[in-house]
Write a protein that binds this ligand. Structure first.
Ligand code: S3P
Length: 424
């Protein structure tokens, strides 16, 4: 895929469904009694991996495109799959499913692609082992493939060293089956979709500060779910609209859950002209976002805001290159263990485009204001890197070529078509 500088972006775009919520809708629907009807489901490869895993455990799931019907088997109705569970590129599938599998009365092996087989799984293996689970990294390297021997669990109070919704959710899901109450305390609050959605499905979940608390459940009940647009996907058009002179974009139906809205706050702190319209507040909050090209300046991004924009940091780093002054990103060491090492890959690729960026232990420092020029960008098959550099390439002089560009199918299959439409 090749990109050159574009004049301006104009028009409207509807963002595909939220990835985190789409995964959870299928998982919780599979464990519920009755049918769960999911609208605006994200048809990205990651969420399709979740569907395939539950289908292979005997759950009837009808995927009709925008709408998915999950005919749940009840909390104790999963069947041992015939083969190995393939989680593809999806950390959410791998980690959340592990919490569920730890409590079943069968043994499973799960794995995923080359990226998944390098991502840390000890972060879930340790707390689940404390609950009584038996999980083994088959290569003994703390990564997938994992063998999970299901069995009885008991509640714990886990003090998580990382703010991670995947870790928190794996423990809470195991907690549905455990004897006694389960608590997870995080250093900062990570996205809370599991807590909100499990509660809607009938589980007893509550939150005290950064602690989530769940009681064992007898049954969950199927729900109707309207998945909001994914703010992590909208982020690319927010940044593009702010960066490309003369742009004005209306982004429809974006989830604005406060545990996910750091991108909006950072854009505004950088001087970005973003207006939230048609805000809704029942269930997961949503808004349409009107973006107008702006003169941006640098900012500091650190501490509790980090988990609320963790997946948006690659795009923010590229945006900071065009802002006036310095942008400092710290407390973001988690970026190193995403689909790729996103600190390393961002610094390398931005530098290749002429940016002045320094790598730090837990983030980067971007000295903004230098125009970018085209380069060959290796996406390392990381969907968010491919999308980030297609936007950066649309602001740069010369041509930017993205290798492995097709990996956007993980979270936003129509991304390039939507971007092209806004350019015309
Ligand atoms: C996710 C949580 C985050 C995020 C990922 C999706 C989720 O990961 O980066 O894209 O759906 O729970 P961590 O829990 O590893 O921070």
């Amino acid at each position: 895929m090749k990109f050159t500088k574009c004049n301006r972006l104009r028009g409207e775009v509807t963002i595909p469904g939220d990835k985190s919520i789409s995964h959870r809708s299928v998982m919780f629907g599979a464990l519920a009694k009755g049918t769960t009807e999911i609208h605006h489901f994200l048809q990205g490869a990651d969420c399709l991996s979740t569907i395939a895993c539950f289908q292979s455990m005997g759950v009837a799931i009808e995927n009709n495109g925008d709408t998915v019907l999950v005919h749940g088997n009840g909390l104790r109705g999963l069947k041992k799959p015939a083969g190995i569970l393939d989680c593809g590129n999806s950390g959410t599938t791998t980690r959340l499913i592990s919490g569920i599998l730890a409590a079943q009365d069968f043994t499973v092996t799960l794995t995923g692609d080359a990226s998944i087989q390098k991502r840390p799984m000890k972060r879930i293996m340790e707390p689940l082992a404390q609950m009584g689970a038996r999980i083994r990294s088959i290569r003994d390297n703390g990564c997938a493939p994992l063998e999970i021997i299901g069995g009885p669990l008991h509640g714990i109070h886990y003090l998580s060293p990382v703010a991670s919704a995947q870790v928190k959710s794996a423990i809470l899901l195991a907690g549905l089956y455990a004897q006694g109450e389960t608590r997870v305390t995080e250093p900062q609050l990570s996205r809370n979709h599991t807590e909100l959605m499990l509660s809607a499905f009938g589980a007893q979940v509550r939150t005290e500060g950064t602690t989530a608390i769940i009681q064992p459940a007898d049954e969950l009940y199927g729900q109707q779910i309207l998945v909001p647009g994914d703010i992590s996907s909208a982020a690319f058009f927010m940044a593009a609209g702010l960066m490309i002179p003369g742009s004005e974009i209306l982004i429809h139906n974006v989830g604005t859950n406060p545990t996910r809205d750091g991108m909006i706050r950072v854009c505004q702190a950088m001087g970005g002209d973003l207006t939230l319209l048609n805000e809704t507040t029942t269930g997961e909050p949503t808004a349409d976002i009107l973006v107008r090209a702006s003169h941006l300046h640098g900012t500091v991004i650190e501490g509790a805001i980090i988990p609320t924009l963790i997946d948006e940091l690659p795009m923010i780093a590229a945006m900071a290159c065009l802002a006036e002054g310095d942008t400092v990103i710290r407390d973001a060491a988690e970026l190193k263990v995403k689909e790729s090492n996103r600190i390393d890959i961002m610094v390398r690729n931005l530098t290749a485009m002429g940016a002045d960026v320094e790598e730090t232990e837990d983030g980067m420092i971007i000295h903004g204001g230098k125009p970018l020029h085209g380069a060959v960008i290796d996406s390392k098959l990381d969907h968010r890197i491919a999308m980030t550099f297609s936007i950066a390439g649309s602001t740069a002089d010369g041509e930017t070529e993205i290798l492995g560009a097709e990996c956007v199918s993980i979270s936003y299959p129509d991304f390039y078509q939507d971007l092209e439409r806004l350019k015309s």
